[in-house]
Each structure stands twice: as structure tokens, then as C-alpha cells.
Ligand binder design. Sequence first.
Ligand code: F6P
Length: 521
Amino acid sequence: MSALSKTPAWLDFVQAASSSPITLDALRIVHAAELDVDLSAQRHSVALTKACAALLEQQGFETARNMLFEGGNSNWTENRPAWHTALRAKHPPASVAVAIQTEQARLAHFVEQANTQNRYRNVVHLGIGGSDWGPRLAMAALKNGGSRRTIRFASNVDAHAITTALEGLDPQDTLVVISSKSFTTIESLANAACAIDWLRAGGVAEPLERFVAVTANPRAAREFGISDDHIFQFWDWVGGRYSIWSSIGLPIALGLGQEALNEMLAGAEAMDQHFLNAPVEENAPVQMALSGVVNCSVLGYASFALCPYDARLYNLVPWLQQLEMESLGKSTQKDGETLDVPSSPAVWGMPGTDSQHTFFQWLHQDGKGAPVDFIVCAKPDHRHTRHHRLLVANCLAQRAALLKGKSYDQALAEVLKTEPDAARASTLAKHRVHPGGRPSTLIVLPQLSAKHLGSLLALYEHKVFVEGVLWGLNPFDQWGVEYGKRLAGDIERRLDALGSDPDVSPYDPSTAHWVRKLASG
Ligand code: F6P
């Protein structure tokens, strides 16, 4: 396969994207599963639309999309499907339907029993990365409707996390959920050991009876001592960061009710139908991906900011960071060649309006800035109408200011109102210029319901998938995470060198210095 940058479709794409301005007079909204995705502040033209179609064709988009939904070898470096869509399909594909529906029924039954028997006022969820951000995000986003149980999350191996999660809870009335696809992740296992000690110290004779495991490695959970009826499975064909739709959703069902989890699945399924059936120009994930590639690979934006104008969506930023950066933070293509165009922007962000008072100065006046994804709900879940009006106003205003900018002349006219000295005014005006033309996407949800949250997450999952196809990357593996983990295991053993001087010969001088200095010997 020749280098992407040299392919005819890519050359046309770059040409069209570079010469297609963001026009201030065009409205471009794509409707997707009750969400509105406004791409008016992204580059667009007839030529670019044509070039995008050719690039999608060249990169085999349709085949890749079919393969994703049919359970083909989408995760080609691990030789397996990436079949998270099957978990939320109204009619799951025959080959996995029984397994999926059996596990969903087992999970629903467990939740129902816990409810009818009024068990487990508290749930402590142990998991990290894709086994944590999904349920943590959903609980923070949806719990204002009231949570049936106290749901606490502990992911970090820093014991401050687990001690805080356990603080003040009654061990006698607490369920511990350990979620880990591999069931080998050191953070989750170390925190589980802490929880076992805490339960035992709290008078629970059989702590492991208070454990539930959610995993794609049931054998390891069994060996850990968890009983079969407390092991909820998912499968290696579900990526960790795509696993909220599986039994990983258990804390959502325990906290918000089974119907909340079902609603999220329904919202995601609705987005799947949109992604599968909407023509390319009206396909929200495809259009968001194309704008993402234009901004990163053609315009050179090395990052983008996510600014949900909803305080309940603060976990959406880390959830998306993992989804985008673990899926696309790589540069080796299917044939082993290195991708030769800029790709996979860093994702950062914060909910609005906090973000305005934190980094919008940079977004408005930094020499380059970054594209922004704005998210807002048309209808709040509170009765403070003025607050909501202010929230929406600020979201729209920031986006308009990034797009429209402010010229030197406009700034000068402003300054001259208060600064009589023309020379000083001229200098001050330069400090107030806003370059403008800053790309952004606005996603409007009717309301932050479980269904619309499900649709929103699936929208981003498919956007990332399409970017993977356009860059020729595998968005479903994460080989890069293993090396650091292995080194950590090695260093931990040396730090634990009671009484002896640890051998630090394998390390660079700095690592060697600190292993020696910080060893518990
Ligand atoms: O280290 C990264 C990672 O493997 C993620 O891909 C995954 O979501 C997370 O760790 C947790 O892994 P597990 O669910 O196997 O505990």
C-alpha cells in the first residue's frame, strides 16, 4: 500500500480542504438519532464533499463498516471482531445472540433480586480505564434523577482512591463490583485486596461472597474466589473502551435501574441505525470524522477541546480521551507501514462554563488554538430557567466568537471609546484582536436522558472508527499500554527490596536513582 499522503484521493482531499473556508453564512446541521450535530463552523464545500467521498471509497469505508456490524476481523492485529454494536442490537447477530441475551438476563435478574431483597445499600466499583469511565460517566450524568444506591468508584492504585471510596460505608451492606476485562489489571486486583480486608475488618466472615466480577476472563475471577453466579461475562470481541454496553454497565443498573441501562442501549442502537443507513453527507459520525481529519491532518491542529455545557458531563472528557487517544494514538497501518500524515489529535477539555474561565483565553487568542466540540442540552433537568438560558447563551456565544473573531478595526473602535491616546489605543487594540475562523462542532441533545447519552457515546465511537479507517489505523488495539505496565511490575519488585540494595542496572541513571532512593528497604 503506498503512503497515504501520496495517494490521489488524499492529494485531492488536502487540496479541497485547504481551499474550503469556513463560511459564516451556511447552516449545516445533521440530525442523528434525535441529536442535532451542527457542523456549520467546519470547513465545507462542494469540492470537499466530492473529495471526501473519494477518500472514503479509497480507504474502503463501506467494507470496513459492514465488517464492524457483521463481526468481521475489524481488530486485525488481535484477529477478532470489535462487536460492541451487537451488545445493543435489537436483534443481536445469531452467532452471539444467545450468549448476549443470557448474560443480559442474568444481570437483570441479579439486579432485580438485589432490589426485591433490599440488599446492598452501597456499591463499590473497582475498575480502571474502559472498565471504569463508562459507568462513572453515566452515573455522574444521570444520577440527578436519584440513585437507588450509593455507588462509589475506585480506579487508581493510589490507595487514597480506595480508602475514600470505602469511607463511611457499612461493610455489612456493601457490594464490591470488580470490573476488569482481563482480570489481570494490577490496580483493580490491589484495590480488591484492600476491599477484602475492609469487609473482613467490618465483620463480614466471607468477604468474597460480597464480590461480583464483570470480566472477559471468568476463569481468573473464579480462581480469585468469586462464585460463578456472581461472575458476569463479556467477551474478547468487545474492546475495553467500548464495553459500557456489556455487563460493565452493572453499576448503572444497580444505581439508576435496569431501565436506565436499557435506555442507554436503545439510544446507542438508534445511533447505530443512523450510522449504518444515513447517506455520507447526512451521516453525523462520518461528517464529524471527516472534519476531524481535515483539522488534524490538513490544518495541523494537534489537539481538540471537548466542552460539554453541562456540569454533569465532567467525566465525558476522560471517557473521550481514552476512546480517541487509545484508539488512534498510533501510527502503524495495516501493512506495517508508518502513517505519513499527522493524525490522532490529543483530546482535552472541561465542562462549560468553568472552561471559559480556565482556558478559553487560549482558545480565542493563541496563535493556533484548537477545534472545539461543544455539547449542550435543549432542556435542563432543573427548574432554574435563567441558569439554563445563561448556559445556552454562553455556549453559543463562545462558539460564535471563535468563528467570527474580532478584527483590528473592530478592536480599535472599542478601545477608542475609553482610550483617547491614539498610539496607545492602536497598541491596545492589537491585544484584543480575535483571529476567528476557529472550527467547532455543536452537538445538541434534547435532554440529558439515558437514551440520548447512549446515542452521544455511540456517535463518538463511530466517529473514531471512521477516523481509524481514513488513517488506515486499527482503532481497537492498544499495544502501547503493555510496555509501561511490564516495567512497573519489574520496578515494584525492586522497590520492595526489603533490607537489600535493589539491582538498578537495567535502568537509566534517573530511574536507577529514584528506585534506590524510594525503595522500601
Ligand atoms: O491499560 C489500558 C487498558 O488495557 C485499557 O484498554 C482498559 O480499558 C484498561 O486498561 C483496563 O483493563 P481491564 O478491563 O482488563 O482491567
